[in-house]
Write a new protein. Structure first.
Length: 251
């Protein structure tokens, strides 16, 4: 049986949104974990640990207002450039978070999907992601795309490479290539376009996250470090999103 999200610890209730202004898909750049830790004299790893609770409170807050899809930038293809110790921590941390949270997500009716490259990723991380995908495959309350070892340019290059190979092998004719055809070669073809792109920490850039899917996303940048984020921050972002005039190229 699907359980309802736990109330926020403050007792805060979600705002009343008209269905038509609720974003279907929210992309999250969870920035500021390291700075949060440094401000408190803690190791950077403590910031990542605190960020786990933030993500899953946001997931519960998203369910409360009817958001159907969230993409969380958990580890980028550029994060391999960090110190070996931090990379090692993040690999183990992502693996353990997925293991710890998969039953909870399943109880909430959340479908977990992995988006990203398998290359270089720890086998144990891949195993936990695939286990979570299998466990939650039939859930439909919300889809949580865990973007682990993901990079937007890498995704597009990989898709173009696979498409070119199919053209070379005669599986597809060049003249038949359209956006809809190209999408089939992306990491997760069933991912919907991003409506609301939310980044914490005050930085105002997309950092190579979901460039194809975010071409018409509304960008909201919040001056708050990720571990201090909770569902109330998401709700404020949705309130701002609701005020936007989305024309999609029309006058």
């Amino acid at each position: 049986m699907i359980r309802q999200p736990k109330p926020h610890r403050s007792g805060a209730l979600p705002p009343k949104f008209a269905p038509e202004v609720i974003p279907h898909h929210v992309a999250l750049v969870m920035d500021g974990n390291g700075r949060w830790a440094q401000e408190r004299g803690l190791p950077r790893t403590a910031g990542h640990e605190a960020g786990e609770a933030a993500l899953f409170d946001v997931v519960e807050g998203a369910i409360e207002i009817g958001i159907k899809e969230i993409s969380a930038f958990a580890f980028s293809t550029e994060n391999w450039r960090r110190s070996p110790d931090e990379v090692k921590f993040l690999m183990g941390f992502n693996r353990d978070v997925i293991r710890r949270r998969r039953d909870e997500m399943n109880e909430l009716g959340v479908r977990v999907r992995w988006v990203g490259r398998p290359k270089k990723l720890w086998t144990s991380v891949i195993k936990e992601l695939e286990t979570a995908e299998k466990l939650t495959a039939d859930n439909d309350v919300l889809t949580l795309n865990m973007c682990v070892n993901y990079g937007g340019r890498a995704e597009i290059v990989d898709a173009a490479t696979a498409l070119a190979q199919d053209v070379k092998e005669g599986k597809i004719d060049v003249s038949s290539i359209t956006e809809k055809v190209f999408i089939k070669y992306l990491d997760e073809p069933k991912m919907s376009d991003v409506d609301l792109f939310l980044r914490s920490s005050g930085e105002m850039r997309t950092s190579n996250f979901l460039p194809w899917q975010s071409v018409y996303a509304e960008m909201v940048f919040m001056d708050i470090l990720w571990p201090d984020v909770d569902r109330r921050v998401l709700w404020r972002a949705v309130e701002e999103y609701a005020l936007r005039n989305r024309r999609f190229g029309k006058a």
